[in-house]
Design a protein around this ligand. Sequence first.
Ligand SMILES: Nc1nc2c(ncn2[C@@H]2O[C@H](COP(=O)(O)OP(=O)(O)OP(=O)(O)O)[C@@H](O)[C@H]2O)c(=O)[nH]1
Ligand SMILES: [K+]
Ligand SMILES: [Mg+2]
Length: 367
Amino acid sequence: MATTVDKIKQIEDEMAKTQKNKATSFHLGQLKAKLSKLKKELLTPTSSGGGGGAGFDVARTGVASVGFIGFPSVGKSTLMSRLTGQHSEAAAYEFTTLTTVPGQIIYNGAKIQILDLPGIIQGAKDGKGRGRQVIAVAKTCHLIFIVLDVNKPLTDKAVIENELEGFGIRVNKSPPNIKITKKDKGGISITTTQPLTHIEPDEIKAVLNEYRMANCDVAIRCDATVDDLIDVIEAKSRSYIPVVYALNKIDAISIEELDLLYRIPNACPISSEHGWNVDELMEQMWEKLKLCRVYTKPKGKMPDYTAPVVLRSTACTVEDFCNAIHKTIVDQFKVAIVYGKSVKHQPQRVGLSHQLADEDVLTIIKK
Ligand SMILES: Nc1nc2c(ncn2[C@@H]2O[C@H](COP(=O)(O)OP(=O)(O)OP(=O)(O)O)[C@@H](O)[C@H]2O)c(=O)[nH]1
Ligand SMILES: [K+]
Ligand SMILES: [Mg+2]
């Protein structure tokens, strides 16, 4: 019997043979959807070698986590030890690190968990090495550092991104602006706000049919591709994660070469061994994590700037703030007085649903 990997190969071959035009768009849409379903099958934890595994699941601490992904011996563990002081074995041979090694840093008052991971190799997402377990951990992180060795060709970057993509991780992207609403009958109706240059209506229909969504309204508000459409259908298995490329070992290259590296978007050239430019790496980390520091001001006193309550920007209402302090506070809550970027008037009285911004100052008034 053909394995899932064989079936994937067959479909990829067929897609490569098929010319893309109006006449083939339905067929290609069908193939894309089939391919995506097979890949998902490959990644379900029940199949051998998938899922977590000993040494990979670690207790999560802090407000956010950053995972290190890279080929063996690019310097992930050296970086880990440099950033956190937590020793992670580093050596000149490949696969020195075999499990998840957790560490922690405190940056701008926020506790951030750092996860040093084993190296991955090409084909990791398809089960080569322990790549799947490693990428599965990365998928749960709020930020990924893709660590690259500047002495090796930067084509490695594309290979790693491809591995992550194949596992449902979307790098430095936001979810496509496509809304699918299921109906009982009436077939598929598509509305768009701009011309679609990558996808034919037939292709959209083929994909939806393949997913047994023959009756639905599709509102597309971007120049979507078939992959975008599938990402929206498969939203549950997709993770949109910001990435910083840590270009390591710059101590081994010339200034001219370094200059070129600075042109790569979202990249930060560093030397883990010498600690060069890790400050910039931390700044980029902070920017990407989009954390929200909120300072408490006891009534009639100065704000406490030493210990912010740090919230994730996806959960930073006054209610989230209260819950971060103690779960009983919400019950006693009357109103909050806020100074800062989230309010028009300084100060302003707000309720539990108010969205806070980074560096707001807040006083809770109890009933
Ligand atoms: N020149 C130079 N060498 C470095 C730097 N960082 C790490 N190395 C060396 O690169 C080798 C591999 O470092 P590790 O930190 O073990 O790399 P790793 O990515 O954790 O490797 P695995 O755990 O095997 O995947 C070691 O010999 C380090 O001393 C750096 O900034 N410059
Ligand atoms: K190593
Ligand atoms: Mg290591």
